[in-house]
Every structure is written in structure tokens, then in C-alpha cells.
Design a protein around this ligand. Sequence first.
Ligand code: GRG
Length: 324
Amino acid sequence: MEVLKKYNTVLAQHLEKAVSKDEPKQLYDPIKYILSIGGKRVRPALTLLVCDFFDTDFNKAIPAALAVELFHNFSLIHDDIMDDSPLRRGKQTVHEKWDVNTGILSGDAMLILAYRFFEEYEPAIFKELAELFSETALQVCEGQQLDIDFETRDSVQISEYLKMIEQKTAVLLGAAMQMGAIVANASKKDKETMYEFGKNLGIAFQLQDDYLDVFGNPETFGKQVGGDIISNKKTFLYLMAEKRSTPSQAEELTHLFSINPTDPADKIKTVREIFIASKTAEDTRLEIEKYSNLAYSVLYEVNISEDKKELLRQFGKKLMERDV
Ligand code: GRG
């Protein structure tokens, strides 16, 4: 996306040399591999953008941005092991290319390398960044555990699901933005507001991901459309449909989410039809809009120019279209 382009160019150069050690190869090659297969790099670009928006040289925020991207990639390696996913960003996952133990240890090393980037800051900034990072990482762990717990639970409330995606996905977007504001020495209020903006947009982003899994364009979604339906995942749409559908639709949905047909085409088609007929699809769009608007509304309070606020709103819209 245009607004992130200049940050992404700089980031790409820094990410290439973010890991200076080579040996043992079995430890460092997987780290270099996951960092080299792309990804949108939205989080670190936002760290730089926020620093820039508070009128501070964004190069000062590069170590924090690298910490965020290393952490994100570490969590992807471990998540792929837990889900036994074969592909990430259209390429082999680390545990497939190497093995599970390599994925665990390279991931661990990545988390430590991420923390080390904060050592490049003066003590007060270091403390603030490290505290935010630790709190965020713990929340990501909690969100991941909730997600795992939900798989075997009979009933999950929508409020519980929203809390789970907030912790698993959204807080890191919030923290990435707040870090840019911390490095720029923004006011306490501005730092909190940037966090809220990122967090609410992160919730909208994850809900949109759930929506696109069912209704996305296979050419642009980047993942298998229908993947959550195939794996019987209780996403926002499923939980909403449980509430919205008629007794017979609900019964059919329960049945469909208990089977694993070899050819899932009919199952996906029927689930899609129930989501549309029960107005679940419509309600999900409204929920995405609600969290996006919540993000945009906090911007009124922040001390940056109207032009920059408009760029943040545009970024939010592009992120929802997966056009970043
Ligand atoms: C935090 C200590 C600690 C452990 C991690 C494995 C785990 C516990 C948590 C999983 C967190 C996770 C993988 C959340 C999903 C986040 C998400 C939305 C990933 C996809 O993000 P994109 O679309 O991916 O930005 P790209 O490929 O563009 O980087």
C-alpha cells in the first residue's frame, strides 16, 4: 500500500541483516528463511509510520519495528507447529522444511533476538518498550490458549470469541503502533490512543479474515477459501449463525461441523447458504464496520494533523481489502 511503501522499503533492507549470526546453521537458517518469504510486514511498517507521524525520524524506530516483526514471525512458526500447517505465505512451514524441534528452538531464539533489539534504546524508552512487549506477548499466549480451548468446548460465547481474537491478533497491532509513539516521545494520551486504534483495527482485521475464509476471492485471499469450514473451526460466523439461524438451519450446521467429507465442496456451499439466509454474513460485515469505526473514532483525540489521520483511515480500509 502506498502509505506504507517507504517504510517497507527501509524495513526490507534491515530485515535482511537483522540476524547477524550464521552458526549453528540449523538454528539460524530457519529464522532467515521465515523472514525471507515475505508477509505484508504491516506491524513493523506501522511502528515506523506512527513514529514518523509524531514528527520523529522513523529510523529511530527501526529496532522496535524489527522486534515486532521477529516476534510476529516467531509466533507464526510455533502456531504452524501447533496447527501442523504445511504452508505459510504459500511456502513450506519451518517444521515441514526442517522438523518440529528445529521450529521450536529457532522460534525461541527469535523471541530472544526480538527482545535484544530494545537494548538499542536509552533506559527509559527501553523499559517502556520492554514492558509493553512483555504484556503483549503474554496476552498473545493467553489468546492462543483460549483458541485451543474453544476447539473442544461445546459452546463459546461471541464475547469470549472477541476477547480471544483481541488477545491473539489485535493487541500486537496496537502494541506495534504504540511502540512508534513511545520512540517518538509522544504524550501518554497519544500513546494510548494509537494502541486503541491498532487494537480495534486488529479486531476488525481478524473478523474480516473469518469473513473472507467463507466469502473471499480465492485469487486474492492468500489462503484456501473454506479452510475454516473444512476444519470445523468455530469462527465468528459460526457462532453468530448459531444465534441467528432457524432450528433446522442450526441442526444442519451442527451436523456439518461434525463431519469431514473427502470432497468438502457441498459442505462449504451449504454452510455459505446458511450464513447468507440467517443474515450472519450481513451481521459480520456490520461487526467489522463497528470495530473499524471504533478505530477511526479514537483518532479524533490524537495530536496529529488531519492529513495524517486521513492516511490512517485509508490504511484501515486497505487493510480490510487485504490490499496493503
Ligand atoms: C507469545 C510466548 C508467545 C508464544 C506464542 C503460537 C502463539 C503463542 C500464538 C499464536 C499467535 C498467532 C500466530 C496469531 C495469528 C496472528 C495473525 C493474524 C497472523 C497473520 O498475520 P498477517 O496476515 O501475516 O499479518 P503476514 O504473513 O502478512 O505476516
